[in-house]
Ligand binder design. Structure first.
Ligand SMILES: C[S@@+](CC[C@H](N)C(=O)[O-])C[C@H]1O[C@@H](n2cnc3c(N)ncnc32)[C@H](O)[C@@H]1O
Length: 296
């Protein structure tokens, strides 16, 4: 069976029972051009590790290891015969030192050390793997799937040259409350921020003193985050902040460029300063605190 025939079969079976679909995820090898595109899309670097969840005859992992002498690879498949065949192919190709295949269920695979995860399974199984990927893969891990997606998680890139390939970068978890302090216009100012995150998309709001503002142009790719905040600060006027940083667990470390916005004056012409920026996780609620302003 070729991949386009499988697509047709999946469409037909989608009407069947969920139980039947769960059992049915046959071995259909990716064609040579798709394998080449997957490896290219992965953008592999020396020292990285790839894993193929449902590795079939091992062709993707073997191709990645063949193309990059500094890359290690692993494959996981339920089918004993395919696992044996894949390990034999690795041996023959002289890649057994860097590549290994083992029998197992994709849901039990250790994906925590992978830099790149390849998946081409029954569409329902791929969607069911999404929570595992988001919880167990490290931020920055690239995920590449054949044909089908991961439900509501929008791909960061699509490659349509061969069969449709989708690429995601696992985002760092930024949802929740953060706090940082910056010396702006001669005094330290505390910013209490809250982010709502939906996969790689986020909204964010912040409070500094009695003022509140919303973040614009939030970009989150793996651990890298950037956003803009235009906000009036007490005694300082309207300020533009350009934040960019690296998320590492409970801390974001980076820089912020701060400049006064005055009427028509261009941001570039202002009194810009670049400051170190370190945000840390905070207890929930500071953003929600009462403003303390009397209302008459
Ligand atoms: C469509 S083939 C893809 C093979 C290979 N990744 C490729 O693209 O050439 C799907 C493979 O996943 C395996 N598979 C299906 N369900 C699995 C599961 N729950 N755990 C491990 N492997 C599974 C099948 O045995 C089959 O080899």
């Amino acid at each position: 069976m070729r991949w386009w025939q499988w697509v047709a079969l999946c469409a037909a079976m989608a009407a069947g029972t969920a139980q039947a679909q769960e059992r049915f995820s046959p071995f259909i090898p990716s064609d040579a051009l798709s394998v080449e595109r997957m490896v290219a899309l992965a953008g592999l670097r020396d020292g990285e590790t790839v894993i193929d969840l449902g590795s079939g005859d091992g062709r993707i992992v073997l191709a990645a290891a063949r193309a990059h002498s500094g890359v290690r690879g692993e494959g996981v498949d339920l089918d004993d015969g395919l696992v044996r065949k894949s390990n034999e192919a690795a041996q023959t190709a002289g890649l057994a030192g860097r590549v290994h295949f083992r029998r197992g269920d994709v849901f039990d695979a250790d994906i925590s050390k992978a830099d790149v995860i390849f998946i081409w399974l029954w569409p329902e199984i791929m969607r069911m793997l999404r929570p595992k990927i988001l919880h167990e893969a490290k931020p920055g891990t690239r995920v590449i799937t054949g044909i089908w997606g991961l439900g509501r998680w929008r791909p960061d890139r699509i490659d349509d040259v061969s069969m449709r390939l989708n690429l995601w970068v696992v985002p760092a978890q930024i949802g929740g409350d953060w706090r940082w302090t910056l010396p702006v216009a001669g005094r330290p100012r505390t910013y209490d921020a809250v982010f709502d995150q939906h996969f790689q998309d986020a909204e964010g709001f912040v409070r500094a003193g009695n003022r509140r503002g919303s973040f614009q142009d939030i970009r989150l790719e793996g651990r890298e985050i950037s956003f803009v905040l235009d906000m009036t600060l007490e005694g300082a006027g309207r300020m533009r902040h350009r934040f960019s940083g690296h998320v590492e667990g409970e801390t974001i470390t980076g820089t912020v460029r701060v400049v006064t916005l005055q009427g028509e004056r261009d941001e570039e012409a202002g009194d810009a300063v670049v400051l170190p920026w370190q945000a840390t996780r905070a207890a929930a609620g500071a953003y929600l605190g009462h403003s303390g302003q009397a209302v008459r």
